[in-house]
Design a protein around this ligand. Structure first.
Ligand SMILES: CC(C)(COP(=O)(O)OP(=O)(O)OC[C@H]1O[C@@H](n2cnc3c(N)ncnc32)[C@H](O)[C@@H]1OP(=O)(O)O)[C@@H](O)C(=O)NCCC(=O)NCCS
Length: 294
């Protein structure tokens, strides 16, 4: 088993750290599946493919020959990244394992010029563990829902065209995404490719043949989800965001899809105003985002 690393801070724990390798995929998969303390936040990605793609930093913790924990951070975007996977075995105290993993991960991320690491608090166990690692609340993600088979009256601004996206649009979509979102929320080209692959609808808004906005939506068994919406800041507040959402709502309404949900940051008042204008209301299902500066 190579190469083992120890952070030197907890010499008596007997925990050693190594980078993920594909041959440990099955052990990691079982640990993620069986453990109560298991966190996987991969959005559109399938776990095995994401781990094996080699873009994330993935560390495994071993006690002898037993896999006792793992942590994985996403490919950094402009100095920010996310903890996408965190897991600890049920029958050991979590802190020595997570501390040892985090101490090595932090060094690896610093070497990659990462400045901030965030985690979406999907499960309760994460707060105790990540508070001890130095993470603190940064933001809340709120959920809004629109329940109606009526199409919204949201007219396209003049000179705006909306059409289904094409594979050759991916780079322009990524550029709009990076212009519109702060670093922590930006998606990589491969994230966007993956999201479009799994989407029921991806449309782009064009002015004079240039892509200035896009949306990605999925359909679930009982409704739809607006997964992504962005408009180039140079042309915001002209009705383009509203036109994109209105258009996808009309498409889904024609297909008989009765509802749409969307998540956005609590601090993102502009997007919430847009969603309220189109008939969305807060559901009360909120999730915290915690982060730490390196
Ligand atoms: C949220 C976002 C998509 C909105 O896009 P947008 O094109 O500016 O949206 P709209 O123009 O339809 O609506 C925004 C405002 O412009 C106003 N507006 C709409 N049409 C207008 C027009 N023709 N002229 C002037 N203003 C107009 C709307 O009334 C609205 O005002 P309000 O916020 O005071 O209610 C955009 O701000 C963005 O990309 N933000 C960063 C990414 C993001 O937050 N995405 C969503 C969260 S996941």
């Amino acid at each position: 088993m190579t190469p083992l690393r120890s952070d030197g801070s907890s010499p008596r724990t007997g925990i050693e750290i190594m980078p993920y390798q594909r041959r440990y995929r099955q052990e990691l998969r079982e640990l993620l599946y069986r453990s109560f303390r298991s966190h996987v936040h991969l959005d559109w990605h399938e776990t095995d493919a994401w781990l094996d793609a080699g873009k994330a930093t993935v560390l495994l913790a071993w006690e002898g020959r037993r896999l006792v924990g793992a942590i994985a951070a996403s490919e950094p975007v402009d100095g920010d990244c996310w903890i996408r996977v965190a897991v600890v075995v049920d029958d050991a105290p979590p802190m020595p394992i997570m501390h040892t993993l985090w101490n090595i991960l932090r060094l690896d991320l610093r070497a990659m010029q990462v400045k901030r690491v965030a985690i979406l608090m999907l499960r309760e166990w994460l707060s105790d563990v990540f508070a001890e690692l130095g993470f603190a609340e940064q933001e809340w993600i709120v959920t809004l829902r629109r329940e109606s088979l009526e199409s919204p009256v949201e007219l396209n601004p003049p000179n705006l065209t909306i059409r289904a996206s094409e594979p050759s649009d991916l780079e322009a979509i990524t550029a709009v995404d990076h212009q519109a979102f702060d670093a922590l929320w930006r998606m990589t080209l491969s994230d966007i490719r993956q999201a479009v692959r799994g989407a029921a609808s991806c449309t782009v808004a064009l002015i004079q043949n240039a892509i200035v906005g896009y949306q990605i939506s999925t359909i679930y068994f009982d409704g739809s989800h607006l997964a992504r919406l962005a408009v180039n800041p140079n042309v915001q507040a002209k009705g383009i965001g509203g036109a994109l959402v209105g258009d996808v709502l009309r498409r889904f309404t024609r297909r008989g899809v009765p509802s749409m949900t969307v998540n956005t940051q609590l601090s993102n008042e502009r997007s919430q105003r847009l969603y309220r204008r189109l008939g969305f209301q807060r559901t009360g299902y909120d999730l915290a985002v915690w982060s730490v500066r390196l």
